[in-house]
Write a protein that binds this ligand. Sequence first.
Ligand SMILES: [Zn+2]
Length: 92
Amino acid sequence: MTGTLRQMLTCHWSARRIQRYLDADPAAPLTPGEVARLEGHLATCERCTRIVQEHRTLHRALSRWSGATSVDSRSVDRVREFLSTIDDQDPT
Ligand SMILES: [Zn+2]
């Protein structure tokens, strides 16, 4: 049970950093240690890997609209919603 709890906490920890990890936001960079921990978790967690894939799909879509000045807020909301679902999920 301890392993399940630790996994859940790591998922929560990771979900909060995946966006920053993929965005490489210079205003809020992850430390090398955080990146290593996140990548280590992604290697073992199917659920968080799915989140990363969601984000990458969104990023690809955004890069196609390079002429647009604003982000499609509906897409961003969808990803945020997805992330909050993950956070709230009760692992069995
Ligand atoms: Zn996870």
